[in-house]
Design a protein. Structure first.
Lengths: 193, 209
């Protein structure tokens, strides 16, 4: 079974992110993936880690109870695709909160002698499909925080062998042709995923 | 001095609360006016909604859902963030504060007919303090690239006055912290605060475009 979890984090269906999301889901489905399509805004996911969750954070086992259904979906996947806009050089809060609340000790990593060990070995492929308001240069100056989190820490806990980080920059000034070319690139990458 | 303190931790008994109290004490010692956003305490909603996104570029109506916080950002000349680092970044609660409050015409000005680029909108803020705690070690945080620090010190920092004063302090390996390490960190926070607010701030070099 080739099951992929697609995490989508944009509130508006008319957005370019929504077009990317549709392209990703369609391309993966066409290639025979069983797609678990998780639209965080539509599902009303709450990204706020509560005080009770914080206190139970390291309590492996019971710590997953508040988000068990999401943990199950992550654990059942062989691939993870993140589709999101970059806002203020970071993930939208709703996606950041998914990592805060669902990527728990015992789920995404284990603490062995105080050191983090990867635990999401079920996920062999990882991709991010994103857009930036900032230019490529400005993003470089900022140090590109979302790229670092995805390609370093998220990739590390997955042990993913395949990693794709696809980005379109300078969204406020891109042309229709550039958007179309990016959609085509995303489609091709997902078909080859 | 007008300081806006953004504090984000779910647990009132956390070490971050001690850091906050020390910072508030330092600000009071300098006679600063202080406005505090305790994001968990105020039940802030970090999710930018579909209507907010649809109206994102519609200035000045875009500030309506977050008028109070926006007023505080426009009032402040000093911005201080206190938060735990989770997944090498800001807690969703704090990230959502950036998403919803640092809007066009508040934090930055969008390109228009005469300006090709996005321009900073927070030149009235001349001091930035970032105070955090990390479960990871300093080395691991460095390897990952300290994304949370970069989001604030660079991403937000780009928007502030050129020549601003900026300080950062982190307590690493928080899960194996000791009373000694925590006390040492509070000493470091106090020293950083003295550097941030203890001396006169730089004069404004240019007016907002």
């Amino acid at each position: 079974m080739n099951r992929v979890l697609v995490l989508f984090a944009h509130p508006c269906e008319e957005s370019f992110s929504a077009a990317l999301h549709k392209t990703v889901v369609d391309a993966l489905t066409a290639k025979g993936w069983e797609v678990d399509d998780c639209d965080l805004n539509a599902e009303g996911f709450s990204p706020v880690l509560s005080a009770a969750e914080r206190r139970a954070y390291h309590d492996v086992g019971p710590n997953t109870a508040p988000v068990q259904s999401y943990v199950d979906r992550v654990m059942a996947a062989q691939a993870l695709v993140l589709v999101f806009p970059v806002w203020n050089y970071g993930f939208p809060a709703i996606l950041k909160g998914f990592f805060d609340r669902v990527f728990l000790p015992g789920v995404s990593f284990r603490l062995v002698d105080g050191k983090v060990k990867p635990n999401l070995m079920n996920i062999g492929k990882l991709a991010a499909v994103t857009t930036y308001g900032g230019t490529r240069f400005k993003t470089f100056l900022a140090g590109d925080p979302p790229r670092r989190v995805v390609t370093r820490s998220i990739r590390y806990v997955c042990g993913a062998e395949k990693m794709r980080y696809l980005a379109l920059h300078d969204m406020n000034r891109v042309t229709d042709a550039q958007r179309a070319a990016y959609l085509a690139r995303v489609k091709a990458e997902m078909e080859a995923f | 001095m007008r300081a806006l303190v953004i504090y984000c931790h779910p647990d009132p008994g956390s070490f971050n609360a001690a850091v906050r109290d020390l910072i508030l004490e330092k600000l009071a010692g300098q006679g600063a006016e202080v406005r505090l956003h305790d994001l968990y305490g105020m039940g802030f909603s970090p999710v930018l909604t579909a209507p907010e996104w649809a109206g994102y570029l519609g200035c000045p109506g875009n500030v309506a859902p977050v008028a109070g916080p926006v007023d505080d950002v426009r009032w402040a000349d000093t911005l201080i963030f206190i938060y735990p680092t989770w997944w090498y970044g800001l807690p969703a609660m704090l990230k959502g504060w950036l998403d919803r409050v640092l809007l066009p015409d508040v934090a930055f000005l969008m390109p228009d007919a005469t300006h090709k680029n996005i321009r900073p909108g927070l030149h009235h803020i001349k001091r930035l303090g970032v105070f955090t705690t990390c479960g990871a070690s300093r080395w691991l945080t460095f390897v990952v690239g300290a994304p949370g620090k970069r989001t604030l010190q660079r991403g937000v920092g780009f928007l502030l006055r050129p020549g601003k004063r900026s300080v950062f302090a982190a307590h690493y390996l928080m899960d194996s912290s000791t009373p000694t390490s925590r006390a040492a960190h509070l000493g470091k926070v106090a020293a950083k605060m003295d550097r941030l607010i203890g001396r006169p701030a730089p004069q404004q070099k240019e007016v907002r475009a």
